[in-house]
Design a protein. Structure first.
Length: 272
């Protein structure tokens, strides 16, 4: 899944990006929502009703011994939403919809994924399941704009804010790209009501194996409108810090409730 290592870096970590990379405004605040740019992502009317129900009712129950979800009452059922999960395994891509997808909220989820994953047959499936690519090293303005437009059209977007898979069960520093997208959409349409929902995933094994267990806890949403839209850089840092704190609290509670042993490297891109 997407690593926000480039457009998500803090300005103190890297030279300032060219001005055009930061200008992702899609339209004036008084304009109605635009239809997202075509060709970037879309839902297949026949594939969506097949893949996620298959995962929810067959694949996940067959693979995992137990899946426990708490906090679903915190999930908004209307308006634009960014789901911000911790990233612990490639299984997260199925477990997030299991915990917070159409069956729960009535909304399909749009995943922001690495451009390397949207190639060939796999890319064909990802695009038709609502995923869209971004190059983490050189993010195209069209991809960033697409993310903003999805929020302006009141859709649900999934971004893993840690920027990679971490198996040590600690919340790692978040990239500010998520906050910037949320604040940009809210600034474009004041009153839009973008909400950011923290989600912590916790597996009984560092690399989830057959019949392992998973616990998912969903926290209270943060509201982009509660931050100063006139100071986007400062507000992005504040929102990122608040989101990181929320994820830390959720993760701490999960670890206390499920003290599964874990010995694993801090970061890994292996399967599982």
């Amino acid at each position: 899944m997407i690593s926000l290592n480039s457009f998500g870096r803090d300005s103190s970590d890297t030279p300032p990006a060219p001005k055009q990379d930061m200008e992702i405004t899609t339209h004036a605040s008084s304009s109605p929502p635009k239809k997202p740019a075509t060709g970037i992502s879309r839902f297949s009317p026949w594939l969506m009703p097949l893949v996620y129900p298959l995962g929810r009712h067959v694949v996940l129950p067959a693979y995992f011994g137990r899946i426990e979800v708490s906090g679903q009452e915190n999930l908004p059922t209307d308006g634009p939403v960014i789901l911000a999960p911790t990233h612990r395994s490639r299984w997260d891509a199925l477990l997030v919809p299991y915990a917070a997808g159409r069956d729960i909220t009535g909304h399909d989820l749009r995943f922001m994924v690495s451009a390397d994953e949207v190639k060939g047959l796999q890319g064909w499936f990802i695009r038709r399941l609502g995923g869209f690519p971004i190059d983490p090293k050189r993010p195209a303005i069209a991809s960033l704009r697409h993310g903003v437009e999805l929020l302006e059209n009141r859709e649900s977007l999934v971004i893993f804010p840690e920027g990679g898979i971490f198996r040590d069960r600690q919340v790692h520093s978040l990239k500010p790209g998520l906050a910037r997208l949320a604040l940009q959409a809210e600034a474009n349409q004041p009153g839009l009501g973008v909400k950011i929902v923290p989600i912590s995933l916790h597996y009984s094994q560092a690399v989830p194996g057959w019949r392992s267990q998973v616990a998912i806890r969903i926290g209270e949403p943060l509201k982009a409108a509660n931050y100063d839209l006139e100071q986007p850089k400062v507000s992005a840092k504040r929102l990122t810090a608040d989101l990181e704190l929320s994820l830390q609290e959720l993760t701490s509670n999960l670890l206390a409730a499920h003290p599964w042993p874990a010995i694993a490297p801090a970061e890994s891109n292996t399967e599982g």
